[in-house]
Design a protein around this ligand. Structure first.
Ligand code: ADP
Length: 596
């Protein structure tokens, strides 16, 4: 119950009271002493200033009168009240004027007493009135030399101040009593104060402790409108603000944390000594290793070959260093930058996966090289035949000229094909080629393709068959383009199957949502290592054969673009040779997503 503030409060009040009482007591005692002293000397001055009194004392004794000292004593007795002599604290003495010997006194029992030679008494012995006061003395005295007839006497009045001492001890007792009373009040007052001041402070402390432990639910009751009430209100407001701010910070942190966790770029933060302080799953995935915080893997183990840690720390913001890293077949681009250099800081490394970009750049380069090559070959042919024709104009037999012109026409047709196919692809790439989506009869389209190639197949001695399930539904799609895909696949089967082969076209339905068409041949087929690349642009297993049959190497890539845009699928069916089976699957309802 004696909490420290309570104790302090009580101590202050007690000290205050003790101090107050001491000061009051000292003043009181001092005033009493000074009043009494002043009173004594003024009484003496008044008495000895009385001419009648003095002349009585100095009157020459009459004949037969007793000794001078006795008569002086009698006179003094009559003036007792004026002199304030009570024979207890204040006494008078009649002393011999020459040696200060006791002759008479107010107290007869003191007969012959040897008095202390005080300063005033010495002065009187020297014939002067001794009425000096020295506050250091514990007494007050006056010594007046009196000449009575022939006799020289000293009237000596001394007050031992015992009256004052008594009064003072009364005052001290009173003060001690008051002090005791004051102390009792101080205890009571401190309890009262603790109730009115300490209890709200205590509640405030409790509340602050709760807030410090993160509990913001408790609101401290504002009990008064004084300073403590205002403080409590302010504290409540502060706690509310703190809660809101903390929630906002937490929210931001969660957002950043989620972003950090799910971002596709890898991020690793290192302390100045190179230890890992933060890393996200993308960084571990891209670098293909675990990067535990504070683990053995540090900056040097990961990025020392890109740039030394000190080098990165020395980079001026907002600058950064960059580099590339090849990890597990992935191309990674790294950005290294220091952070928070004023304080502890460290280094932040952002890892960006550029494998796709690199691949597409590579493909782009290959594509351009392929296009140039594909166009250069027919152009070379064109030029050489045209030159031969031009050089030997008139000399060449008409049959050969005719043949050369045929080659020239063929080559320019091939170039036209290539350019047309490239244009189609370019339109798909740039999204300029809109699909003309309409419902159409899928089975009819398959039959149409069959009829269109039948003659060509027969010319090659192939056995072409068509098997379509009954009741195939109409589907939504761009009929013209889908027929183009079917034609391409069937033509390829005819092209890449030696004469006299067997080619089957089949069509059917898979579930409610899909229809399919399969073209199977028993031709040359495609080696396993090439099967994955067959839909790439300009990819041909046997370039010479393809060119010979008028192929551009773009047919299947265009077919795949078209089928993809219909959200369908075109793939090679996995089956043992010989020959090849290509399967096209399409959605009955057409593409679900809006075309861009
Ligand atoms: P091309 O114009 O050369 O036919 P495609 O894109 O249509 O181009 O076909 C790409 C390559 O795939 C062809 O060059 C050929 O090597 C191979 N190919 C396509 N269909 C068949 C098939 N039915 N049998 C064997 N090889 C095929």
């Amino acid at each position: 119950m004696f909490r420290s503030l309570h104790m302090k409060l009580m101590l202050i009040i007690v000290l205050l009271i003790v101090l107050l009482m001491t000061v009051v007591g000292a003043f009181l005692i001092n005033s009493v002493v000074s009043y009494y002293t002043k009173d004594f000397y003024s009484q003496m001055a008044q008495a000895f200033g009385d001419a009648e009194f003095l002349s009585d004392l100095r009157r020459a004794p009459a004949q037969g009168e007793e000794d001078g000292a006795g008569s002086i004593a009698r006179i003094l007795d009559t003036y007792n009240s004026a002199l304030g002599v009570d024979n207890r604290s204040r006494k008078y003495y009649v002393l011999d004027g020459s040696d200060g010997r006791w002759l008479a006194g107010s107290d007869q029992q003191e007969s012959g007493v040897q008095l202390t030679m005080t300063h005033n008494l010495t002065a009187a012995l020297n014939g002067q009135t001794g009425d000096d006061y020295n506050p250091a003395q514990r007494y007050m005295d006056v010594a007046v030399p009196i000449q009575r007839g022939d006799g020289a006497y000293i009237v000596y009045i001394i007050d031992d101040r015992s009256n004052v001492q008594e009064l003072n001890s009364e005052i001290v007792t009173l003060i001690i009593e008051a002090l005791g009373f004051g102390l009792a009040i101080s205890v009571l007052l401190s309890f009262l104060l603790s109730k009115t001041i300490l209890t709200p402070i205590e509640r405030l402390t409790e509340g602050a402790e709760r807030v410090a432990h993160g509990d913001f639910s408790h609101k401290i009751e504002v009990a008064s409108r004084d300073e403590i009430g205002v403080l409590t209100g302010t504290f409540n407001h502060m706690a509310r603000q703190l809660k809101t701010t903390l929630e906002e910070v937490e929210n931001e942190r969660n957002k950043l944390g989620t972003l950090f966790l799910h971002m596709t770029d890898g991020v690793v933060a290192f302390a100045r000594d190179g230890a890992v302080i933060q890393s996200n799953p993308a960084a571990e995935r891209l670098l293909g290793r675990a990067i535990p915080v504070g683990g053995e893997v540090d900056y040097d183990a990961l990025f020392a070959p890109i740039a030394p840690l000190q080098g990165v720390l020395a980079v001026e913001q907002p600058g950064y260093l960059d580099g590339t890293l090849e990890v597990g077949g992935k191309s990674l681009e790294l950005l290294l930058t220091p952070f928070d250099r004023e304080r502890l800081g460290g280094v932040l490394v952002v890892i960006h996966d550029v494998t796709e970009r690199r691949r597409s750049e590579q493909m782009q380069r290959e594509f351009v090289a392929n296009v140039s090559h594909e166009l250069r070959t027919p152009l070379t042919h064109l030029r050489s035949y045209a030159e031969t024709l031009s050089d030997g104009a008139g000399d060449l037999p008409p049959a050969i000229q005719q043949n050369f012109l045929g080659v020239i026409l063929n080559e320019s047709d091939r170039m036209t094909h290539i350019v047309q196919d490239l244009l189609t692809l370019s339109r798909f790439d740039s999204g300029r080629s809109e699909l003309n989506l309409r419902p159409f009869d899928f089975a009819r389209a398959v039959e149409e393709v069959y009829s269109a190639v039948l003659m060509d197949a027969q010319r090659h001695g192939h056995q072409l068959s068509l098997e379509a399930e009954e009741g195939l539904p109409p589907i939504t799609g761009d009929r013209e383009r889908i027929v183009q895909v079917m034609m391409n696949v069937v033509s390829n089967a005819i092209k890449y199957t030696p004469d006299g082969g067997r080619i089957s076209i089949r069509a059917g339905r898979r579930g409610e949502e899909r229809v399919w068409m399969e073209v199977e041949d028993n031709g040359i087929g495609i080696p396993a290592e090439d099967r994955g690349r067959i839909f790439e642009r300009f990819y041909r297993v046997d370039k010479a054969r393809s060119r010979q049959s008028g192929g551009t190497g773009l047919g299947l890539s265009i077919a795949k673009e078209i089928v993809d845009r219909h959200e369908g699928e075109i793939k090679l069916v996995d089956r043992p040779g010989p020959g090849l089976t290509v399967r096209i699957t399409l959605l009955v309802e057409g593409p679900r997503h809006v075309q861009d």
